[in-house]
Design a protein around this ligand. Structure first.
Ligand code: UDX
Length: 448
């Protein structure tokens, strides 16, 4: 199969490289000259485990190439994937589809022979109809079908998720397009990955519904964690007790500082807008998004409480900045709200992240001191806060940490340590939903 991937960002690059790895001939197109020339040199613009290896090996084998020219490759393609960004539109929160439609117009001008156009980007229900309308209007002669094929990749595990997906959703009523998609994914369904053939609108909505449900699950357990703190229960045990029920399932029940990243915040918002637009508002998803926003800032108040009610004039070490480990992505990371809240409260911030420092500098408030490692970060600090559960923060030398700090206060927003273990070393320790007693929680509220 000859495949063109329009947009060589996160989704486009991972999908393009994996399709090439299946044996297809893939051309990744991007508007950004600098990105394309870097990719040609084998430099990967994002941090994603395993990605650079499969990019390099497939490029070397001649199956994967990069270009800024869209028209040439599209003319000879069996399938053209649209994998450009769909950020939240400033002001109203609808998904911004201008990149999708711009790509569509360019593709329309270039297709020759029967071509399957696939929306891989997360797009609101009905976008495929509009893509089809645009192409038909510009090219009444063209022979094509528009398919929705959403991705369900997790950052940090994207290659694994692509090669061993739980399911592949293919939304189209066009039989020929289904056959092309089946050929493209053949290596996967030999692995028994179920292919779900649906209508196009159904596929589009499935992606949003899945993300909104996962966001709901996280937010639910986060609220239960708050209650646990008040009543002296342990949220990890509650989650385990819930998750062992097959109808619930144990995944996505880790309490923490609230979800971040490029998908959940943006996609819940877009779903909220679509639902409102159609006169069927989703009050559940609206509440999930609002609770999650408030939670990120509330984590700042948790740190203030652990510091005895004020952080004014104090130095706080923030360990982990990216929205989750194994990525350099800072988009909507809880650390942004935590750092901002602490600086608003008069704290000085020292920060360290294994991969996201450059990205963090672009989005965190000015005045943060960036450190070279965890120990340099905690030096002279009045409290340390684990915001992202990178593995290296799971195995800190706590004696060394304590010796470097002015006051041994550890706030563990990801529950990576056991309270007894840390308290035995002489730390004041606060976590999420594991028995912060009622008195200190009241203190947290007052400090707010
Ligand atoms: C997510 C979806 O998992 C993926 O299917 C979709 O296509 C894109 O969005 P990603 O954003 O890469 O992927 O990260 P994910 O691992 O899902 O985590 C999202 C956020 O939720 C992170 O901030 C994470 O820390 C948080 N989270 C996740 C929790 O707080 N608790 C959990 O139990 C799980």
């Amino acid at each position: 199969m000859k495949i063109v991937m329009v947009g060589s960002g996160y989704v486009g690059l991972v999908s393009g490289a994996c399709f090439a790895d299946f044996g297809h001939e893939v051309v990744c197109v991007d508007k950004l000259e600098s990105k394309v020339s870097a990719l040609k040199r084998g430099e990967i613009p994002i941090f994603e485990p395993g990605l650079s290896e499969i990019v390099r090996s497939n490029a070397a084998a001649g199956r994967l190439s990069f270009t800024t020219d869209l028209a040439g490759p599209v003319a000879g393609a069996d399938a053209v994937f649209i994998a450009v960004g769909t950020p939240s539109r400033r002001g109203d929160g609808f998904a911004d589809l201008s990149y999708v439609y711009a790509a569509t117009r360019e593709i329309a001008g270039a297709i020759r022979g029967y071509t399957v156009i696939v929306t891989k980007s997360t797009v609101p229900v009905g976008t495929g109809d509009e893509v089809e309308r645009i192409i038909r209007e510009l090219r009444p002669d063209a022979d094509f079908a528009v398919v929705s094929n959403p991705e369900f990749l997790r950052e940090g595990a994207a290659i694994e998720d692509f090669k061993r997906p739980d399911r592949i959703v293919v939304g189209t009523d066009d039989e020929r397009a289904r056959a092309v998609m089946a050929d493209i994914y053949r290596p996967l369904y030999l692995n028994n990955a179920p292919i779900l053939n649906t209508g196009r609108r159904t596929a589009e909505l499935t992606k949003y519904a899945a993300n909104a449900f996962l966001a709901t699950k996280i937010t639910f357990i986060n609220e239960i964690a708050d209650l646990c703190e008040q009543v002296g229960a342990n949220v990890q045990d509650v989650a385990r007790g819930m998750g062992l029920d097959n109808r619930i399932g144990g995944k996505f029940l880790h309490a923490g500082p609230g979800y971040g990243g490029s998908c959940f915040p943006k996609d819940t918002l877009a779903l909220i807008k679509t639902a409102q637009d159609h006169g069927t508002p989703s009050r559940i998803v609206e509440t999930v998004a609002a609770v999650n926003e408030q939670r990120k800032r509330a984590m700042g108040r948790k740190v203030v409480a652990a510091c005895g009610g004020s952080v004014r004039g104090k130095t706080i070490a923030v360990l982990g900045l990216t929205f989750k480990p194994n990525t350099d992505d800072m988009r909507d990371a809880p650390s942004i709200a935590v750092v901002t809240a602490l600086m608003d409260g008069g704290a000085t911030i020292r920060a360290y992240d294994p991969e996201g420092m450059e990205q963090a500098k672009a989005v965190l408030p000015a005045g943060v001191t960036y450190c070279r490692d965890a120990y340099e970060c905690v030096a002279g600090a009045d409290a340390a806060v684990i915001v992202t559960e990178w593995n290296i923060f799971r195995a800190l030398d706590l004696d060394r940490v304590k010796a470097a700090m002015v006051a041994p206060v550890l706030v563990d927003l990801r529950n990576v340590y056991r309270a007894e273990q840390v308290r035995a070393k002489g730390f004041t320790y606060a976590d999420v939903g594991r028995g912060l007693d009622a008195a200190s929680s009241t203190e947290a509220e007052n400090a707010a």
